[in-house]
Design a protein around this ligand. Structure first.
Ligand SMILES: Cc1cc2nc3c(=O)[nH]c(=O)nc-3n(C[C@H](O)[C@H](O)[C@H](O)COP(=O)(O)OP(=O)(O)OC[C@H]3O[C@@H](n4cnc5c(N)ncnc54)[C@H](O)[C@@H]3O)c2cc1C
Length: 444
């Protein structure tokens, strides 16, 4: 029986394991850096667990690459616990993918297959199409469901989001926790994976191995595996938003529910709309918050430089220099203007709060809304929305079959391999890649 080793027990690695189990018999081993607590992946779960702290195994030069994110070291990885948004990459971005992948995702139905499975489990949460249409928006496809009443405590409304962990048969998997992988190498026709635990440096042999550690850590493992300085690009979504007070109660949806979304393909953005109760000291009033996720071009992406580890048991050092190109700046300002108009036209909008300050460079907007009573616009720095991508893209370091071009038997999953991200949240495509690779290696 073949032995398949998965490095990283996050969304992409576990979805791959789950799909492998559907396809038949093989021995699966998962090496996961973190702990195995909180496997339910509930939305808005703020409870504290051991090893829950965000880890950023990289250094950011200057102010550009946001401090908000980092790896969640735990079985299940980062999951979809924002809103469980599952959107396909738009055709304008897919056009920059290899034709075979454009075909696989769309015409050959990978998007359809994965979406259908998710819909069976998670019929779209409210408000759904009727409310969204009343606001001229589309309903957001979400892999979220409300938890049964007995699981909801008095302090929070809890929703459960999709995680492959819910269906994975862990009794058929060898799980090695607290194991950070150093590097991968080939030896006598097999793949050898070196990893570090509290007991020191160890190795695991496999017929093939899959890197599924998130875009930046995947690139670090690659650099340590080839033992050379490695330079690549990383992209993230820009996020800009605008808020406005509402004169009435708004749509009256539950806290945290999305009204809907709209695509601005010409500005390579998706705009999401949510109403919230204002925290203003003058009393509870509804506000509308509209924010856009905007594509960052890989060509103008942020620079990642990795110096390989000095010795076998060490880890390479990763430096990120964020970049916002002049074209990106122009686009961000256009999106900002669009959001301003959108919030002013929004049903019941009272007044756009604060000054628009359109003449400012996007860098000057790098402050998240702190008080809705005096700020209209916000900008979230790059590297802060957990959508990093493109470090080992198909067509460069990775072939169309997701195998490293310089190391046979080593495959890469997750948004690392995206040649272009579009505006869509990455996870639906991440799930598709994992499902495809599981079928591919099962048929090999
Ligand atoms: C709060 C939040 C909400 C989100 N909501 C959405 C959403 O609604 N829609 C959407 O599309 N996306 C969403 N995302 C993004 C989504 O979580 C990521 O796209 C997805 O998790 C990426 O999957 P991954 O497997 O590549 O990485 P991860 O899920 O981060 O998994 C990587 C795993 O690898 C492990 N690891 C890392 N390095 C090593 C190593 N060297 N050795 C061993 N193990 C290692 C980590 O501990 C982790 O478990 C959200 C992210 C966050 C943080």
């Amino acid at each position: 029986m073949r032995n398949i080793l998965i490095v990283g027990g996050g969304l992409s690695g576990l979805e791959f394991a789950l799909a492998l189990q559907r396809h038949g018999e093989c021995e699966i081993t998962i090496l996961e850096w973190g702990c195995d607590e909180r496997v339910l992946h509930e939305k808005d779960d703020s409870s504290h667990h051991a090893d829950d702290r965000r880890i950023r195994p990289w250094r950011s030069l200057g102010s550009g690459w946001g401090p908000g994110t980092g790896l969640k070291r735990r079985l299940g990885g980062r999951s979809l616990c924002w809103h469980g948004v599952v959107l396909p990459i738009e055709s304008y971005a897919l056009a920059r993918w290899p034709p075979v992948w454009q075909q696989l995702l769309t015409k050959e139905g990978l998007y359809q297959l994965v979406t259908r499975r998710l819909r069976q489990q998670y019929p779209a949460v409210s408000p759904g199409e009727v409310t969204a249409a009343a606001y001229g928006l589309a309903a957001v496809p979400q892999a979220v469901s409300t938890l049964p009443r007995e699981r909801v405590d008095e302090t929070a409304t809890r929703h459960s989001v999709y995680s492959p962990l819910h269906a994975l048969d862990l009794s058929r998997v060898t799980l090695i926790m607290g194991a950070r992988v150093n590097r991968v190498r080939r030896s006598s026709g097999a793949v050898l994976v070196d990893y570090t635990t509290s007991a020191g440096l160890q190795s695991q042999k496999a017929d093939l191995c899959v890197l599924a550690c998130g875009a930046i850590e995947n690139a670090r493992i690659y650099a340590d595996s080839i033992g050379e300085t490695f330079e690549t690009k990383v992209t993230d979504h820009f996020c800009v938003g605008a808020v406005s007070r509402l004169s009435g109660a708004g749509a009256g949806l539950g806290e945290g529910q999305l009204i809907g979304y709209t695509q601005w393909a010409d500005l390579r953005s998706n705009v999401f709309v949510q109403e919230q109760v204002s925290l203003s000291p003058t009393g509870a009033r509804a506000i509308v918050d509209a924010w856009a996720l905007v594509e960052q071009d890989r060509e103008h992406g942020s620079l990642v430089q990795i110096s390989p580890a000095a010795s076998a048991g060490a880890f390479g050092s990763v430096t990120i220099q964020a970049n916002i190109s002049p074209e990106d700046r122009r686009r961000l300002l256009s999106v900002s203007r669009g959001l301003h108009d959108f919030t002013n036209r929004y049903p019941g909008a009272d007044v756009a709060v604060g000054n628009l300050e359109l003449q400012q460079e996007p860098a000057a907007l790098e402050e998240v809304v702190t008080g809705v009573s005096d700020r209209a616009h916000y900008y979230i720095p790059l590297g802060a929305v957990d959508h990093e991508a493109g470090t080992l893209p198909m067509g460069e370091t990775v072939g169309e079959n997701l195998e490293l071009t310089h190391m046979r038997g080593v495959y890469v999953l997750g948004a690392s391999v995206f040649p272009a991200s579009g505006a869509a949240n990455p996870s639906l495509t991440v799930l598709c890649l994992s499902n495809w690779l599981a079928r591919h290696v099962s048929e090999m």
